[in-house]
Design a protein around this ligand. Structure first.
Ligand SMILES: [Zn+2]
Length: 434
């Protein structure tokens, strides 16, 4: 189901009064006036449980619709499955989004509520921090982009390009009915995309490793255990050998694309320092590999006639998914009766550091918030990859502390929330105005 509700700009003008011609400093000053409202908005969002699974976003999406109604901007409601709701608002000139901001409001389950200092959905603000499930991941960031579009709508009369904001569900369970639906079914293919996942305010994340998830199955031949290993063929042992060989692929060092070389090194150094493991220095130049699930065999006294494994590999920039697949098929070709039975993968992706969007975030950090923002890559997957796949220059930049997400007492620094609003407003203005 796809609904559409809208409020015309003329209604909006009638209660906000005369709109102003803006300059860079003006919008940032207006953003400072919104600090208290920003914190309240983030707190309100945290107070609305939107746990996924089960993933029903009705309440939080209703709040977001009320917000867009209150500022009088156009939005669409997309609900491909009951309760799995995207709210997509847009302003400015043009038929398609030039710049798009995207954030998810589904949150992972809070676990034992008794382990939370203030309760998982308290939205309490204490000693400079906002507490609750989703504070960092990523209702704080969503509050920021909602305030950005509000400030643009209120104070910039003739925005030269279309600017969109999508508040999406389903990120914590794969994005098929959230961001991916918006891109693939609604054709939202913006030039620039900003996602305020918690990178910390000191990092702009411009790229991520690719992923290959696949299942391996080995066939063997049963026999009485007392005759093993002389008779029968043990599928578990065969699968072990295959997996062992696959793990050795993590020794390959991949040459990164030249515009990423320095950032690959810096990101590797940061993660090596964080974990105190020198071997992580090459994290962004190498494959990662994990066998997460393994099963096989029928009974202890029977030579195992079958075995299965679920594999997760991450692909560094400089290698493609199809190159990885051909490395794997070279290995599998040596073992009769072992095959990949199901698979899902995506190439590594990045936005070039010379992108205007990346430049703008870094220069705005310096200018309006006094922070030195560094380029980074991430090893995990974000919704940015779906936008990059359709040609968008997409980056992750957002407040929050990645070390406490999905944990008890998740929180976000109020100062970081405020700084990121200033950086967003200034950077978005620069991208649109120049
Ligand atoms: Zn997130």
């Amino acid at each position: 189901m796809r609904g559409s509700r809208s409020c015309g700009a003329q209604i909006f003008k009638s209660f906000l009064g005369v709109l102003r011609v803006v300059d860079r400093g003006f919008l940032v000053r207006k953003a400072r006036d919104e600090f208290d409202e920003l914190v309240k908005l983030a707190s309100d969002l945290v107070k609305i449980p939107s746990v996924n699974p089960p993933g029903d976003m009705s309440d939080v999406a209703g709040y977001v619709m009320d917000f867009f109604n209150s500022i009088g901007i156009n939005y669409e409601v997309i609900e491909p499955k009951k309760g799995v709701i995207t709210v997509y608002a847009f302003i400015g000139d043009g038929a398609v989004d030039f710049l798009h901001m995207n954030g998810h409001v589904d949150v992972v389950p809070p676990g034992d509520p008794g382990k939370w200092r203030y309760g998982p959905f308290s939205g309490v603000v204490r000693d400079g921090f906002l507490y609750g499930r989703g504070a960092s991941d990523m209702k704080g960031g969503v509050a920021v982009i909602l305030k950005v579009i509000e400030i643009l709508a209120r104070y910039w009369e003739n925005i030269p390009y279309r600017v969109g904001v999508s508040v999406v569900p389903d990120e914590e369970t794969g994005s098929d009915l959230g961001t991916k639906y918006l891109i693939n079914e609604l054709g939202v293919h913006p030039k620039y995309v900003l996602i305020p996942e918690p990178s910390t305010i000191y990092r702009v994340e411009i790229g991520e490793k690719g992923i290959y998830h696949y299942n391996l199955r080995a066939e063997g031949y049963p026999a009485h255990a007392s005759l093993s290993p002389h008779v029968g063929e043990n599928a578990i042992m065969k699968l072990f050998k295959v997996i062992d060989e696959i793990y050795k692929l993590t020794d390959i060092v991949v040459e990164p694309p030249s515009d990423l070389a320095e950032i690959v090194d810096l990101s590797g150094e940061a993660v090596a320092n964080k974990f105190g493991r020198e071997s992580l220095r090459n994290l962004y130049k190498t494959l990662s590999c994990n066998v997460g699930v393994i099963k096989g065999g029928d009974k202890v006294n029977v030579v195992a006639p079958w075995a299965e494994a679920e594999m997760d590999m991450r692909i560094p920039p400089g290698m493609t998914l199809s190159q990885l697949k051909s490395l794997l098929s070279d290995i599998l070709s040596k073992y009769a009766g072992v095959e990949i039975t199901s698979e899902k993968g995506i190439d590594p992706s990045y936005t070039t550091p010379s992108s205007k969007l990346v430049h703008s975030i870094i220069s705005s950090g310096k200018e309006v918030a006094g922070i030195d923002i560094k380029h980074h890559l991430v090893a995990g997957a974000t919704d940015a990859r779906h936008f990059r796949k359709v040609g968008s220059e997409a980056i992750i930049y957002g407040p929050g502390d990645p070390s406490n997400i999905h944990s008890y007492n998740e929180n976000i620094s109020v100062e970081d929330l405020k700084s990121s609003l200033l950086v967003y407003v200034d950077a978005v203005y620069n991208v649109l105005a120049h």
